[in-house]
Design a protein around this ligand. Structure first.
Ligand code: PMP
Length: 307
């Protein structure tokens, strides 16, 4: 059984509170319609544990605002309040040698069918191992990524993760921890919690957001790293069968980082991943502040742990 962490503190209603106080009323649209938008942010210690930086905070906040706007949810905080709240929560929970993943959610706590909508910013943060992600096997799901005329894939809302959950359950039964979702045209959209990167003919390729992938910040980072290495980075539709004959495959996401893929359905990949390994090394050194790269901006959390 998975054992979810239960951190001591959360941020809700404008302040840090004990975990058990973070409750929503059953009558809210956050509960009745599962209405929320969210972001997942990653914070890394530098290798020597001297500083802690959260990756791409302005871009995460901007995407949270875009998701909220598309679902008619007013964003209750500005960037400065958002950053301060994230820093306060991290400072209350962080421990040396443990990175953190922070979930920032706007839950709809007042309003009805889009009238009088009020949202609350809730932050939860969880400890993460400092080790890079291990190579995984993935499958292609029979479930379909939603399309722009239902719940747009560019909206990071829990509704879109209902299908992702179905795909994960399907995958678990087949021995896969991640699954690839196809779009309404039968082409590749993304994984359930990350985008997909494919290498063919020395080019790094990913589908554009209009193929049903999230407007991913990690993909933006990868594109910029590729530019600095002189590697071609291309956004174009990808057929399912191209994944099976790819030279290299990787997940790309804040939590997934750049997880290498060894096998997809019954197809084993060549094994070596020379191009994406170069990108991985630069990504890793940049997020850890070892070798800064213009693709990765860090919001530094200053100060000692709070207790
Ligand atoms: N797609 C989905 C469905 C995701 O949940 C994520 C993680 N946020 C991504 C892609 C990758 O986006 P990002 O690189 O911004 O984390």
């Amino acid at each position: 059984m998975v054992q979810l962490q239960k951190p001591k503190w959360v941020y809700m209603g404008g302040k840090i509170r004990p975990w058990d106080e973070a409750v929503l009323h059953i009558s809210t649209e956050a509960v009745t319609r599962g209405l929320n938008v969210f972001e997942g942010l990653k914070g890394y210690w530098r290798e020597d544990n001297t500083t802690f930086g959260i990756v791409a905070m302005p871009r995460h906040f901007a995407r949270l605002q875009r998701s909220a706007r598309l679902l008619y949810i007013p964003c209750p905080v500005d960037y400065e309040e958002f950053e301060q709240a994230c820093h306060d929560l991290i400072r209350s929970l962080y421990q040396k040698d443990r990175d953190m993943w922070l979930r920032a959610t706007l839950y709809v706590v007042e309003g009805h069918w889009g009238e009088g909508t009020v949202a609350d910013l809730v932050l939860t943060a969880y400890h993460q191992d400092k080790t890079p992600p291990k190579t995984i096997d993935v499958g292609v799901s029979t479930w379909q990524r939603s399309s722009d005329i239902s719940i747009s894939p560019r909206v990071k809302t829990n509704s879109n993760y209902q299908v992702a959950r179905l795909a994960r359950v399907e995958g678990r039964g087949r021995g896969y921890s991640e699954m690839i979702l196809l779009n309404q045209w039968g082409r590749v959209a993304e994984a359930t919690g990350a985008c997909i990167l494919m290498v063919r003919n020395s080019k790094v390729i990913t589908p554009p957001p209009s193929e049903g992938r999230l407007e991913s910040i990690t993909v933006e980072i990868v594109a910029s790293i590729c530019a600095s290495l002189g590697i071609d980075f291309v956004e174009r539709p990808i057929d399912r069968t191209e994944l099976y004959i790819a030279d290299e495959l990787s997940l790309a996401g804040t939590l997934a980082e750049l997880t290498p893929i060894r096998r997809i359905d019954e197809y084993e990949l060549p094994g070596k991943s020379p191009i994406l390994n170069q990108v991985r090394t630069i990504f890793w050194n940049a997020v850890r502040g070892i070798e800064p790269h213009r693709a990765v901006d860090l919001s530094m959390v200053l100060g000692k742990p709070m207790d």
